[in-house]
Design a protein. Sequence first.
Lengths: 195, 195, 195, 195
Amino acid sequence: MSTSTTRERMIETADRLFRRHGYHATSWRTLVEESGTPWGSIQHHFPGGKEELAVAAIEVGHAQALSYREHWFERADSVPAGIRLWFEKVASALERSGWELGCPIATVALETVNASPALAETCAHAFDVSQRSLAKDLRAAGIAPARARELAMLIFATFEGALILARAARSQKPLQLAGKQFEALLADELRALDR
Amino acid sequence: MSTSTTRERMIETADRLFRRHGYHATSWRTLVEESGTPWGSIQHHFPGGKEELAVAAIEVGHAQALSYREHWFERADSVPAGIRLWFEKVASALERSGWELGCPIATVALETVNASPALAETCAHAFDVSQRSLAKDLRAAGIAPARARELAMLIFATFEGALILARAARSQKPLQLAGKQFEALLADELRALDR
Amino acid sequence: MSTSTTRERMIETADRLFRRHGYHATSWRTLVEESGTPWGSIQHHFPGGKEELAVAAIEVGHAQALSYREHWFERADSVPAGIRLWFEKVASALERSGWELGCPIATVALETVNASPALAETCAHAFDVSQRSLAKDLRAAGIAPARARELAMLIFATFEGALILARAARSQKPLQLAGKQFEALLADELRALDR
Amino acid sequence: MSTSTTRERMIETADRLFRRHGYHATSWRTLVEESGTPWGSIQHHFPGGKEELAVAAIEVGHAQALSYREHWFERADSVPAGIRLWFEKVASALERSGWELGCPIATVALETVNASPALAETCAHAFDVSQRSLAKDLRAAGIAPARARELAMLIFATFEGALILARAARSQKPLQLAGKQFEALLADELRALDR
DNA sequence: ACATACGGGACCTCCCGTTGCT
DNA sequence: AGCAACGGGAGGTCCCGTATGT
């Protein structure tokens, strides 16, 4: 148990640090200091080095982000309302974190896409799973499969971009605005289907 | 002239390297090797260090990206068509660069937003200027000012997000799809205005 | 043992180099080359950087200098003779070292007293301990405590100054002369006490 | 005129910076910033580089220190009183400078005696001139020439050492004490001559 | 007499990965 | 599982001297 706790604490801390400062600005030294885990466990748990840590951190962070979205979708009356709720909750959580905890994937993806095939693949897969998951919920609301995948990609892209703009501007507005726009757009599409 | 060339070559090379590998993975060593500029000129042209270089690189890269968009808008028959053309040209240029030359701002912004106030401010300003420029073109097409600013933010956010997804997936699709969607959405809005 | 040897070798070499060239002219590069210790151990043994190394080097060098003086005091027939013997042995050792190995404290003290509080404090403490130690021996010879502290300060100051003059002039004379003068002065004071 | 002013300002600033931080910690950059002199004049006035600047700075600083001592000797009723006045004035001036402006020679001498023959020679000469000047005043008070040279060396050595201890301890005491001791010692010698 | 730029090298710090020893 | 130490290399910064134009 104590071994898995060390590993988990390392991964969770890594996820947080990667979101805040990115991959290259996060050193093992910072990680062990922040997490309070022992130096000696690094190689034991991550023989593949920092790259292996990042792969694990992205998978964990991605899984959390995914269930975070599903959580708010479940609490909304409809899928359009779920979209807006999701964007708004992310916006307020971002501000609460001091505009520090952005997407667990995007920063690392941009930093390593041309340098680490393993990380690039992990990020690409995480992005894909996110879109598939969103598409599934859209289909459940009645959107045709092909259209659902398109919309999922569009919404997810906007989500990522709005997250960047929000952090840069230190403002919830990009995320809030995007949430509202897609709520409206989706409601329109669903109304058109009903007729 | 040769004096200004050194500084300019450093900035242009920095812009390229920052897009490819980000801020922290770009070293002065790499920069002087790639640009063929002398080590000794670093402190002379950028006494503020790497941070000052990055500020300059982002401003230059941003200006280029901005005029790039305007270039394709001018060559399109309408603003909706301009949006699509812009997204498509960026998509094909991205693939041509081996999926390496992404946004000149986004990567550095994500890496430094919580570490360098100067860079964060530079990125925030660049994002803001980009949106204002886009909003201006939307207003020229007949969109109401307030709505133009909303749309500009939405489109620009989607642009940034689609750029990330495209690089991660090594696919033009996110950008192409976003271009088409916003072309349609904008055409709809303009049609509604005519009535 | 081999672990402690690396640290110790670094400190001893640093002491030697600081005496010879001072703090700022002694680089880590020179130190690892001279001591044959690994680069990588620098941060491990001295996470506080060069400043921490210097603190350790001064403490070690100071302790050696202190026991060196006590050594010659023990071998002399009287405290006045001890003073002279000490000054003379230091003078000849200095010449033997090619006028290179001066005081382990003075040079670093002068270089860093206005820049590094930690080093300044270390040097001040070392000077103070030296004077207390000398005062103790003077009291043991019969000098009154208050006078012993005065004389210790005076003798130690002259010792430091003579060391500088000796190195600058490449001559033992300042140290030899000072030794003789204080032998006489001290003998006079002790004679006065006997009456 | 303006050319000689630039040179002089550089030398005076260098003297101050060398006293404060030593030779190696004083860079050209710091010097031009502190002195407000033009970068371009460096090579014109000091083609021999930093070493030439230091030689000039030591000569100037030394000359000032020498006339400073003579100044206070002239204002004292006797040579013994002059000694004490000199030490006391130096002590108070040192404290007033924030314990920063020590001897214009000692720090540079210790740093460069084994590295720069030109500077070592300059320092040695300055020390020698100081002692000769002091010896001359002692002879004028009636001390025999040979004894005057001995005393001058002793007093000057103590002066230098006390200056170091005073800066390290941030206390006027070492200088004040040394002044009083030599006042008494000298008065004794002069009394013995009268008999 | 001064300014701007070049030019290479060295500075200290810190990094990440590995190796034996508990 | 964990620890202390090794090991080399690269990080960004800054230095000093020189060269070319005013």
